[in-house]
Ligand binder design. Structure first.
Ligand SMILES: Cc1cc2nc3c(=O)[nH]c(=O)nc-3n(C[C@H](O)[C@H](O)[C@H](O)COP(=O)(O)O)c2cc1C
Length: 195
């Protein structure tokens, strides 16, 4: 018996899940975001480091402050989406090692700030991919944005330097009437080689 997910689930996560042109006005609740987190947290990271942090930007003042710190083309989306999240890397993730990976808690690696900063960033990117799919698994649409002013967002929202902005996510219910064609993807021959 196959363990593969069925066709409908594959469509929801991948083949029929584009970066949505538009969202409906229907709100996304914090509970839906929490449900997505409760799925994606089980996907693996190096050293089980789990550096991704999600900052939901809900208050009108904070939302407008974020709008001012993303590139112009992304501003309407950040202003209008039901939920907007700053995805940040916790540069002090290693302080949680005694709980999340006790066997590695005492190693000298965690004293090397360059190593931990790089790991925080790479593993946050990895977790951002997982989060995108987990939000889709809740039936939601996700619009990731790196057209943002990272330094300005960091200075305004994360002045103490512990969190470092990676991306901004607009999250909403997909407006199916505004569907746009998928961007093409590489053929297997371009992406995979056997040596
Ligand atoms: C990490 C990441 C950052 C992105 N940043 C932006 C952005 O700043 N502005 C934008 O319009 N689209 C942005 N996109 C959207 C991509 O262009 C889009 O997901 C890609 O072309 C695939 O589209 P499709 O899945 O609808 O075919 C981003 C996507 C990802 C995954």
């Amino acid at each position: 018996m196959t363990k593969a997910i069925d066709q409908a689930a594959q469509e929801l996560l991948f083949t029929n899940a584009n970066t949505p042109a538009n969202f409906t006005a229907e709100p996304v609740t914090d509970e839906q975001i929490h449900a997505a987190y409760d799925l994606m947290k089980w996907a693996p990271t190096a050293f089980n480091a789990q550096p991704l942090r999600i900052v939901l930007v809900n208050s009108p003042e904070k939302r407008e402050a974020l709008v001012e710190r993303v590139m112009e083309g992304n501003q309407p989306r950040v202003r209008a989406a039901s939920q907007v999240a700053i995805i940040a890397a916790d540069l002090k993730f290693a302080q949680h090692m005694p709980t999340i990976n006790p066997g590695m808690a005492g190693v000298p690696l965690w004293q090397n700030q360059e190593f931990t900063n790089n790991l925080a960033q790479s593993q946050t990117w990895l977790q951002l991919g997982y989060l995108t799919l987990a939000l889709r698994a809740q039936g939601l649409g996700v619009y990731p944005m790196t057209g943002i002013h990272n330094d300005q967002i960091n200075a305004h929202f994360f002045a103490d330097g512990q969190l470092q902005t990676i991306a901004v996510l607009a999250i909403g219910n997909i407006d199916e009437t505004a569907a746009r064609p998928r961007n093409p993807r590489h053929a297997i021959e371009t992406a995979i080689q056997s040596i």
